[in-house]
Design a protein around this ligand. Sequence first.
Ligand SMILES: *[C@@H]1O[C@H](CO)[C@@H](O)[C@H](O)[C@H]1NC(C)=O
Ligand SMILES: [Zn+2]
Length: 398
Amino acid sequence: MSPAYHIPPGIVSLWLGLLIVLFTCVDAYEEISDNTLSGLLRPNNDFDIHNGALLSPILRTRVPGTPGSTAVLNHFADFFRTTLPKWTIEFHNSTAKTPLSNGKDVPFRNFIATRDPPWASVGDVGRLTLVAHYDSKIAPEGFIGGIDSAAPCAMIMHAMRSIDAALEKKWSALKEQELYGYLEEERGLQVIFLDGEEAFKEWTATDSLYGSRALATHWDDQVYPAMSEFKGPLSSISLFVLLDLLGSKSPTIQSYYETTHWAYQRLGALEKRFKSLKHFKSNSADSWFIDTENDGHRLAPMGGIQDDHLPFLAKGVEILHLIDYSPFKGFPPVWHTIDDDGEHLDLDTVEDWSMLVTAFVAEWMELEGFFDRPSSPSPRNDESAELEALRLSRKTEL
Ligand SMILES: *[C@@H]1O[C@H](CO)[C@@H](O)[C@H](O)[C@H]1NC(C)=O
Ligand SMILES: [Zn+2]
C-alpha cells in the first residue's frame, strides 16, 4: 500500500475485517456458458462395460477385504496417478467385525483424492467433496452393483478428468497475475470412494456404512494447524455430494436438505440446459430433479435415506444426496438384485450423469473461460480478456 493520505490503522483493519466477512459469506458459484457446456469432454468409449477404461474395471465383485476390492482400489489409484498426477491420494484403512466374519476383523479401505490450490495451506481450503461407495454387496453371490455404485464412481472419475486442465489453467493464471491468496476463499476438490457401505447380513446401525463411519470419526479427531481457516477435515468440506444408485433410465432425484437446496437447484438448471441444447443422450421427458421448483422450505417429507452421508451429516457437514428414489417408485427395479450389473445400466443415462457432474464442478470452481476451445482463433486474447473480466468483477465485488 502506498499511502498518499493517512488512514488511521484502526479503520483499515475494520475495513479489512468487513471485507473478510463479506467474502466468506459469498457462495461463489458461476454459471458456465452454453458454449462451454456444449464443449465439455464426453466419456466416449470409457464407459463401455466390457473394455471401457473407467467403468469396466469396477464392474466386478468387490466385497470388502477380497481381491476384487483390492483390484478396484488399484484401478482408482492408477487412474489418479497416471491421468490426474497433481491430485494427492491417500487411503483410510480401518477394520471391523461383521455378522459374517466369525469374530475376525475385516479390512475396510477408503480411497481419498484431493486437489487444492498449490499455494494454499491444507487448513485454508474449502472443498467440494464428491462421494460414492465402491464396495459391492456380498449377496446375492456374484452381485456386481452397476448402479450400486460402480457407475457413480466412474461418473466422478470422468468429471474430475474433464475439468482438471481448466482448473490448472485457472490456477496458473491466478498465480501469474498474483490474484490469489488474499480475499477469496480457497477452493479445492476432493473425491472419496468409500468401502463397506453395504450390510453383510441385514442393515443395522452397526452392519452398514463401515467405511463412512470410520472416516467421519477419524476426521472428527483431526485438527488443522492453529490459525487455519478451518478447524479440521470435516469442517473444510463445503459440500458433500453423495452419488448412489445412479445409472438407470429416467431417475427421480429428491431434494432433502434446505441448506443445500440451492445446489440441488443448480443441478436441475444444468439438466434443463443440457436437454435444451440437445446434449443429453438419454431421452427422458421428465425432469430428473423433481423438486427444482420447490422453494426449499417444504422438502421431502419422507426424510432422508440411510446412506454414507449420515455419519457426516451427524457431524454437521452440508449434504447433497443424489439418489434415485421416490416414495412412489422406490429405488430402481434392479436394486439389490443380481440384475444390477453392467448390462442393466442405461449407458446414455450414465453418460448424461457424468456430464451433469462435470458441469456442476466446472460451475462450482468457476471455470468459465478456462476450457480449451480449439475453434477459437486467438485463445491468448480470450484468456487475457477472461483475466481482465475476473479482475473487474473482483473490483465490483469490493
Ligand atoms: C491401506 O490400504 C492400502 C490399500 O490396501 C495400502 O496400500 C496402504 O498401505 C494401507 N495404509 C496403511 C497406513 O496401512
Ligand atoms: Zn446397495
